[in-house]
Design a protein around this ligand. Sequence first.
Ligand code: M6R
Length: 614
Amino acid sequence: MCGIVAVVGKNQAYKYVLEGLKRLEYRGYDSSGIAYFSEKKLNHVKSVGKLNKLIKKISLLDIEPLNKSSLAMGHTRWATHGKVDLNNTHPIISNNKVAVVHNGIIENYKFLKNNLLLDGYAFNSLTDTEVIPHMFYKYLKAGKSFLESGRLILKLLEGAFAFLAISNDNKNEIFVSRKTSPLVIGMGDGFHVVGSDAQSISHMVDKVIYLEDGDYALISDLEVKIFNEKDENVNRRTINVNIDHGLISKEGYRHFMEKEIFEQPSVLINTISSLINENNEIVLDLEKIGIQINKGITICAAGTSYYAAMVGKYWIEKLSGISVNVDLASEYRYRSPVTSSFSSMLVISQSGESIDTLMAMREGKKSNLKTCAIVNVDQSTIDREADHTIYTRVGPEIGVASTKSFTSQLIVLLMLALKLAKKLNKINMKQYLKFVDDIKVLPSTLSKILKLNDKVIDVSQKIKNAKNVLFLGRGNLYPIALEGALKLKEISYIHAEGFAAGEMKHGPIALIEEDLPVIMFLTSDGLEDKAISNLQEAISRGANTILISDKKCINKSQFFTSKIEIPSFDKDFNSIFAPIFMAIPAQLLAYHIARERGTDVDQPRNLAKSVTVE
Ligand code: M6R
């Protein structure tokens, strides 16, 4: 989703801005631009497509004035209002005097635009953003100060956004504001910077201030003045960021997604070791999470994190008997949920910035639920607003398709289920310790599953030209069928759907035709014979059936076209762990099919890493 970086008070400011924009590339974007002052004029350069096109355009400019310019502001745009073209690319300029970059959505822009049109302002873009620079121009022309103009504009804007403005009259100042969309200010020595996240500015500073919701600020080379929603001058805490300097590398892998799939064994060690202490205790604080044993838990999340929540419901209810409600965050916030039977809300988000999940959490707070976030990104908005946070600690996930964050979320949820089961005496000490031991060896277990890579490549060759693919699963593997389908569709652009195997005959079976790939996840959980019989109709209609299963189930039927056997690591394959194991071949399959089809695996079309608009 859109990204913002700006620098004031540093020569060659544009170079630092471009580096910052590179660090935001993983969010997804379709055009980019920068604005800067040189030779007393406001200049801008914009380009459609990848950042290297913008960099190339800039390299053709007269470099001397550019190098002397100490204020620059850049943006990567993910189109919402108006198609991907130069007019709609930020910065958006008014009368060669004011430039604005903006993330999020101005919900009442049509109303504001109509008023500006009546005042004689011409609009060059179809963006909602353009009302902001025009309003700045209008107020500045009327004699208002830069700060006062920004303040007046904020009173008029509705929506969730972050924006930066610069003006020809104030060449050493940036007006900055945030409402819901994140923004962070970096504190340098004789200069200041602004970015959409700390990673985007960590090549310049290691001290940052996170603006709070509704804050706005006027930033110059030497000063940062912050105001809250009530226009009071406020101080916000400066914190040290400990983020790896330099760009995160693919370390020899072809794509970040491939790297992130293969690093799961090593990074999940961090997740596990942060939650199990030397006495084999799971160090989750049920009180801080807000769990009351006579009440249920409600979980909200989006996309892959939502599928993790679905598995979590299965585990928590099965192991502890505590009732769990799972909602899509985008639905929860608008559906007037009845919360009296719940004490706590869990929200799950890799980025900690998904707007739907954030808003669902705020709804939960309004209903007096204790909120606990399971997030990967430290200091993200959801992390900072939740009553309590559990970190998944798998490091930056750059590929748009979630992989390692999914398995880490599953591990946290499984540990929560076990902690509850132990507290409620639903499992005995021996069973509990066996689970803990199995979790501790999960990383090495996943390393062995990753060795199935070649087998998955063989299967992907047979599916890569398909137009449609179905994924099936039952019980705790139903969410894995949904996740397998999401992974495949988002990076390969093949239409894919996930179904609960038992639902086949209620409709989806109509889709079955000769050679349609149908992928089934199966584990020995007592439902395997039913699941196989659900598939029999597909087999007899000539579907290309692929079974991904454990040793006990793999020979249940000889009619599958292909089989991928998940190795047994124990005398008894514990079907509780199956979602974590089966996620790996699902990820590999999507990855290899997309790679074969030559799509942009890490930044698939139309998608963004953090979805910060509704
Ligand atoms: O950062 P979040 O976990 O809140 O993101 C939620 C979804 O946007 C995300 O999982 C999305 O579905 C991924 N592209 C899936 O691979």
